[in-house]
Write a protein that binds this ligand. Structure first.
Ligand SMILES: Cc1ncc(COP(=O)(O)O)c(C=O)c1O
Length: 396
């Protein structure tokens, strides 16, 4: 009988598949670019993939492999590949899966640089992207072409926390023979596991919650073994060269050990902040999937684990002018892009993370010029709310 499957936190702390030399509690950092073969025959066998084992750290390294096993396990996928950034992961998936002449369907609300890749750069290589509202079935069907190969979204999406029904996306992808790719950065596998809804490939900016401490830029791809191997041996090895350093793998592995407790605290605090903001007279609208007022709350309830992550956004009645005043005067919140760190961060998507969008595309995606995005950190909740209250009270 197989051993009872351990819980999420236990699996994020332990990975017993790698031997730890000298009885070390934590997995060491293998800070090496290359691996010494025992003899020429062994080197040949490894290159021919007839024998497992490492060759050169652009293809794999014990420290990154250890992290990959853990991530694949947490996402419920056969395999994972870690890379030097979230954009490295997304770029590697696209360069691996697509060729000139292919077409992609993507939701309109995605991270600004991903939007820029789709809008400006993929077309230079003969790959076209149609942006749609994935919650509108008619728009999705109308976008389908004979050469459509891939469907892409984020959920919750950066920066409006739009929720996409993953079961629906996976079904549409299967019916039309498309590769479904989901950016799971904001939810993390603790809150949503896209594979369980039938999604093929999951990408992450591991810079965010997976690492959780604001000291690494990193990415990950999770999926079936064949596709992940292809991303490793073609996309990463020959095209993007987007390789994670052993030290960064060590830091993310350390961060992962507290993923569950961090996500619970981030989610609880973000819910409290969202409720506070919703009741404040200076605030026009709050975007947080945990709120009953969020338009996709029902899907979020079904798809997330009853917690909704630490990211939220809000618009002020005084528009951009008031948004600037708040961003410039908060003290506990730091005015910085990124998300998922211990520190609470606040930023202005229209001029910062989503400035690669044209004004027209931003409007179509519902990213208002007055929108502020806040990543709720792990400070004491009273301090976080007081920082907002003091500065919002000045606006009324
Ligand atoms: C949802 C999402 N995906 C991808 C990225 C890109 O990740 P990275 O900055 O690690 O390249 C970001 C960065 O902010 C993001 O927010």
């Amino acid at each position: 009988m197989s051993e009872k499957r351990k819980g999420f936190a236990t699996r994020s702390i332990h990975n017993e598949t790698h031997e730890k030399e000298y009885g070390a509690l934590t997995f060491p950092i293998y800070q090496t670019s290359t691996i010494v073969f025992e003899n020429a025959e062994q080197g040949g066998r490894r290159f021919a993939l007839e024998e497992g084992g490492f060759i050169y750290s652009r293809l794999g390294n014990p420290s990154t492999a250890y992290l990959q096993e853990k991530l694949a396990n947490l996402e419920g996928c056969e395999a994972a590949l870690v890379l030097s950034s979230g954009m490295g992961a997304i770029g590697t998936v696209f360069m691996t899966a697509l060729s000139a002449g292919d077409h992609v369907i993507s939701d309109k609300v995605i991270y600004g640089c991903t939007h820029s890749l789709f809008e400006h750069h993929l077309p230079r290589f003969g790959i076209e992207v149609t942006f749609v509202d994935l919650t509108n079935d008619d728009e999705v069907k109308a976008a389908l072409r004979e050469n459509t190969k891939l469907i892409y979204c984020e959920t919750p999406a950066n920066p409006t926390l739009k929720i996409i029904d993953l079961e629906k996306v996976a079904k549409f992808a299967k019916e039309n023979n498309l590769l479904s790719v989901v950016d799971n950065t904001v939810a993390t596998p603790y809150l949503t596991r896209p594979k369980e809804f039938g999604i093929d490939v999951i990408v992450h900016s591991a810079t965010k919650y997976l690492n959780g401490h604001g000291d690494v830029i990193a990415g990950a791809i999770c999926g079936d073994l064949d596709f992940v191997m292809k991303c490793n041996l073609e996309g990463q090895k020959d095209i993007t060269g987007s390789v994670m350093s052993p030290f960064d793998a060590f830091l993310i592995n350390r961060g992962l050990k507290t993923l569950e407790v961090r996500m619970e605290r981030h989610s609880k605090s973000a819910m409290a902040v969202a409720e506070f903001l919703e009741g404040h007279p200076a605030v026009k609208k709050v975007y947080y999937p945990g709120l009953a007022s969020h338009k996709d709350h029902d899907v979020a309830k079904r798809q997330m684990n009853g917690q909704y992550s630490g990211l939220l956004a809000f618009e002020l009645k005084g528009g951009f002018e008031d948004a600037k005043k708040v961003a410039n005067s908060v003290k506990v919140f730091k005015l910085a892009v990124s998300l998922g760190d211990c520190e609470s961060l606040i930023q202005h998507p229209a001029s910062m993370t989503h400035s690669p969008y044209s004004q027209e595309d931003r409007e179509a995606a519902g990213i208002d010029d007055g929108l502020l995005r806040a990543s709720i950190g792990l400070e004491n909740i009273d301090d976080i709310i007081e920082d907002l209250r003091v500065n919002l009270d000045k606006l009324v």
